[in-house]
Ligand binder design. Structure first.
Ligand code: SRM
Ligand code: SF4
Length: 566
């Protein structure tokens, strides 16, 4: 292991709490880019510099600099957006961005293709919508996600409050964001303090998610800090705490791996912030700051030991963790169509392919939701499966919303196949600098081919979790797909199989570096076996494991439970 701090640690330390020379870079008219070091700091402000990879080679040949632009990500705890905010976000997409609005796998928005000159006005427009982008990316606690199960309205409200509290608690205190983007007064000689993060923030990104059983739509075991809300008779009792989940891996490097969070205990609501802060600060102090590929909490735990970590956590937070409370998940997908909440309000779940709301290929999805936002009185909720819920609709307003949903082709969920309704694809090309293969742009090509195969075996309506990622970083949480494709090279993927339907078992690598013909051939054979041999209501992933069609999953593929379940 190297003994020196990674270059990024030095950049953070020297940045004067995330200022660097971002402002100077924005004002440099010679280039559409900012410096590499500032780009690393920019992430903490919720933006990434990218370039259009479709035209990268062409521009190189023409001796032009790459077609630089910026991706901007909002911080919207729990994915809640009011109609007024939606209209502003939509306007930003039309005025400054290139590919509409993109709902992410952490229930927020990304805008792609914002040029340097427009970065500041875009950030200001987001601020005017009473939202922010701070800490949406970077080595810091990110967007806090939570379950969207509108049937349970009161539980939702309770959990949303904790989602917001956690998000607020871990927001950085630096005034750099105000100074750079909002023309805030410049820091004078007064020392600035980051009480939780210190000067170098965290060793790596950190993610928190809250699931409300029986829905695991946030993939709670993929979070650094996953919380399972325990609600009895409408009262929030507290949270089961799972730590050390994470998806990212590197092809060919066994020292990197996806890991499910380990359940270490239960805490009461009033203990949550202390425990969460304990986990974050232990990771701050003990995470690997020398090798970024081993810097996530999952590696800290595997290196220092789960028992050790729990002891330290109890000492630091002053909270004795109780035994894990029993819970049950029945799915990690979304519910579609109208559902009535306990309070008589209605909620409409819509499937949005790869979360992209954009008027293209004859579709008018962006316009459709804009028209809904103009008349909607409740709010919108985005889901971690990249879908959208039109939430809190009065019974009397359902008709108008139905008309708009039908008029703008947002009603696909009514007759879509099971696999389509359970599909997620990460962004990948052309914007993602790390993509090795297509993902979002491949999904519409792949789905009809899979549907033909499934139909042949009478499986068209089977809900099967399909996850596509353009590289092993795993932004679509592919290691939790019953079927997953993980990009290796253009047109080539690793085929992974056998996660379960509730997000509680990782899949295994079944074929490596295969093309579409081999993927379809392999899946065709397995679908046929599934149709013949499945037991009543048995899910595809479970069938593959039980029938030993894939290698038996090891203990490493399910969550470790450190404390007894009661
Ligand atoms: Fe991600 C990096 C997109 C959710 C694991 N992710 C990236 C970048 C920023 C590429 C980069 O570093 O240059 C991608 C930008 C692409 C683009 O053009 O927009 C990117 N990640 C996304 C989004 C937009 C995928 C999507 O299709 O929705 C998701 C935005 C979430 C958000 O709103 O905050 C997104 N990324 C995830 C998730 C899923 C989750 O958090 O539930 C994961 C797996 C969980 C995890 O973190 O372990 C994930 N992204 C990564 C990693 C691997 C981290 C690791 O521990 O190894 C990277 C690469 C990195 O950090 O070095 C990455
Ligand atoms: Fe990019 Fe890889 Fe994430 Fe897909 S999984 S968005 S290709 S980093």
């Amino acid at each position: 292991m190297s003994n020196t701090l990674s270059h990024l640690e030095q950049i953070k330390a020297d940045s004067r709490h995330l200022r660097g020379t971002i402002e100077e870079g924005l004002n440099d008219p010679i280039t559409g880019a900012i410096s590499d070091d500032d780009n690393k700091l920019l992430k903490f402000h919720g933006s990434y510099q990218q370039d259009d990879r479709d035209i990268r080679d062409e521009r190189r040949k023409q001796k032009l600099e790459p077609a630089y632009s910026f991706m901007i990500r909002a911080r919207l705890p729990g994915g809640v957006v009011t109609p007024a905010q939606w209209l502003i976000f939509d306007d930003i997409a039309s005025t400054y961005a290139g590919r509409g609005l993109r709902i992410t796998t952490r229930q927020t928005f990304q805008w792609h293709g914002v040029i340097k000159h427009d970065l500041k006005p875009t950030m200001q427009a987001i601020h005017n919508a009473m939202a922010t982008t701070i800490a949406a990316c970077g080595d810091i606690n990110r967007q806090v996600v939570s379950s969207v199960n509108p049937q349970l309205s009161s539980q939702h409200q309770l959990v949303q409050e904790w989602t917001q509290k956690l998000s607020d608690h871990f927001i950085p205190r630096t005034r750099a964001y105000h100074e750079i983007w909002l023309d805030g007064e410049k820091l004078t000689d007064e020392p600035e303090v980051e009480p939780i993060y210190g000067d170098t923030y965290l060793p790596r990104k950190f993610k928190i998610g809250i699931a409300i059983p029986p829905t695991n739509d946030v993939d709670v075991f993929a979070q650094d800090l996953g919380l399972i809300a325990i609600i009895e008779n409408g009262e929030l009792q507290g949270f089961n705490v799972a730590i050390g989940g994470g998806m990212g891996a590197t092809h060919g490097d066994d020292t990197t791996y996806p890991r499910l969070g380990s359940l270490i205990g239960f805490v009461k609501p009033e203990q949550l912030i202390a425990v969460a802060e304990g986990v974050v600060t232990l990771q701050r102090d003990h995470g690997n700051r020398k090798e970024r590929q081993h810097a996530r909490l999952k590696y800290t735990l595997d290196h220092l030991g789960l028992e050790w970590f729990r002891e330290q956590l109890e000492a630091r937070s002053g909270v004795t963790l109780q035994p894990v409370r029993s819970y049950h998940f029945d799915q990690n997908g979304d519910r579609y169509g109208w559902e009535e909440g306990e309070d008589g309000q209605w909620h409409l779940g819509l499937y949005i392919e790869s979360g992209r709301l954009w008027d293209e290929n004859g579709l008018q999805l962006q316009t459709g939701v804009r028209e809904i936002a103009k008349i909607h009185k409740g709010e919108f909720r985005m889901t971690c499966n990249q879908n959208l819920v039109i939430s809190n609709v009065d019974a009397a307003d359902r008709g108008k919303i139905n008309e708009l949903v039908a008029q703008y082709g947002l009603d696909g969920y009514k007759n879509q196949s099971g696999i389509r309704r359970h599909s997620i694809a990460c962004v990948a090309l052309p914007t993602c600098g790390l993509a090795m293969a297509e993902s979002e742009r491949y999904l519409p090509e792949l789905l009809p081919k899979l549907e033909t195969l499934l139909d042949r075996h009478g499986l068209l309506n089977e809900p099967i979790l399909l996850r596509l990622s353009g590289c092993p970083n795993g932004c679509s949480r592919p290691y939790l797909g019953e079927i997953a494709l993980v990009g290796r090279a253009p047109g080539r993927y690793d085929l992974r199989l056998g996660a379960n339907y509730t997000g509680e078992r990782l899949n295994v690598s079944y074929r490596q570096n295969v093309d579409e013909a081999e993927i379809l051939g392999t899946l065709g054979t397995l679908f046929a076996a599934y149709a013949r041999g499945r037991q009543h209501d048995e899910k595809f992933g479970d069938f593959l494991v039980r029938s030993e069609a894939i290698p038996a999953p090891s203990q490493k593929l399910i969550p470790i439970v450190l404390a007894a379940v009661v």
